[in-house]
Ligand binder design. Structure first.
Ligand SMILES: NC(=O)c1ccc[n+]([C@@H]2O[C@H](COP(=O)([O-])OP(=O)(O)OC[C@H]3O[C@@H](n4cnc5c(N)ncnc54)[C@H](O)[C@@H]3O)[C@@H](O)[C@H]2O)c1
Length: 266
């Protein structure tokens, strides 16, 4: 059987690919022969590190680091148009950049109930988790339509499926991204473009390492997981790769949980 995950000839844009899940997605794409991977992050140093790791793999994939904040529409539009000018298309778009806010046990302990937050505080969750995917899709999809090909994968959180207390606005923003993906999928699937989500639970990434590296906290987290470990970036990247490849050509508008059984689908 041929390699059903092969991405030969494809150009991918991965947002927030400077570390964690996004970095591993970019590496998976290079290992599956993508023609180019645009490694986006608003931290340029991290993006450059990922691009260097890809270049060191010695594959034919061209890695291009681009420092852009996905919450800035004009900057996103410029990034996308420059990439299309350079490579001719963006065939795969992965919206991975995201932020749950607190990332240390101390900060988690200070997280507020929704009714204790002020509207001015909500923007930090809504901008990156909801507007970010919309900005990149708005910029990329016209090119995908003109090429009659595209794969879009939006990385959400199980918080967006089942809701999390004290992460209420984040839960809403991630659920919004999933709803947006479903609507968009119905509009654009006729152009041979699929759009899906992957919903993650606790991952072994820098975002939450100060909690997952604390034995006591980890033990408490794992009580909620049928599979008794947290997720590795590879677990997420495997699912994203599948949904970015032609192996998933009859799947659109769906959300795939990658979560160790944290929340169970019916
Ligand atoms: N880590 C978890 O436990 C967990 C759980 C559920 C969902 N998720 C989701 O998975 C995705 C990846 O998470 P991670 O754990 O790898 O995160 P991470 O914080 O380790 O890495 C995210 C990367 O995105 C970049 N980034 C953040 N905001 C950006 C912006 N506005 N523009 C461009 N780049 C930006 C950061 O600089 C960072 O390099 C996120 O969408 C996150 O919400 C993570």
């Amino acid at each position: 059987m041929n390699n059903i995950l092969d991405l030969s000839g494809r150009v991918a844009l991965v947002t927030g690919a400077g570390q964690g899940v996004g970095r591993q997605i970019a590496l998976h794409f290079a290992q599956q022969n993508a023609r180019a991977v645009i490694v986006n992050d608003y931290n340029g140093k991290r993006a450059q590190e990922t691009a260097s790791i890809i270049n060191d793999l010695g594959t034919d994939t061209k890695a291009l680091a681009v420092e852009t904040d996905v919450t800035n529409w004009r900057a996103v539009n410029d990034m996308v148009h420059q990439a299309i000018n350079q490579f001719g298309s963006i065939d795969i778009l992965v919206n991975n950049a995201g932020n749950a806010g607190a990332s240390t046990p101390e900060a988690m302990a200070k997280q507020k109930n929704f009714i204790d937050t002020e509207p001015e505080e909500w923007e930090q969750w809504i901008a990156v988790n909801y507007y970010g995917p919309m900005y990149t899709c708005r910029a990329v999809v016209p090119n995908m339509i003109s090429k009659k090909y595209g794969k879009i994968v939006n990385v959400i959180s199980d918080a967006g499926r089942v809701g999390e207390p004290r992460l209420v606005v984040y839960s809403g923003a991630k659920a919004g991204a999933a709803g947006f993906t479903r609507g968009l999928a119905k509009e654009i699937s006729r152009y041979n473009i699929t759009a899906n989500c992957v919903a993650l639970s606790t991952m072994n990434t820098p975002a939450v390492s100060s909690m997952t590296e604390n034995e006591e906290i980890l033990k408490k987290i794992l009580t909620k997981y049928p599979i008794k470990r947290i997720g590795e970036p590879e677990d997420a990247a495997n699912a994203v790769l599948f949904l970015s490849s032609d192996a998933s050509s009859w799947i659109t508008g769906q959300t795939y949980p990658v979560n160790g059984g944290y929340s169970l689908n019916q």
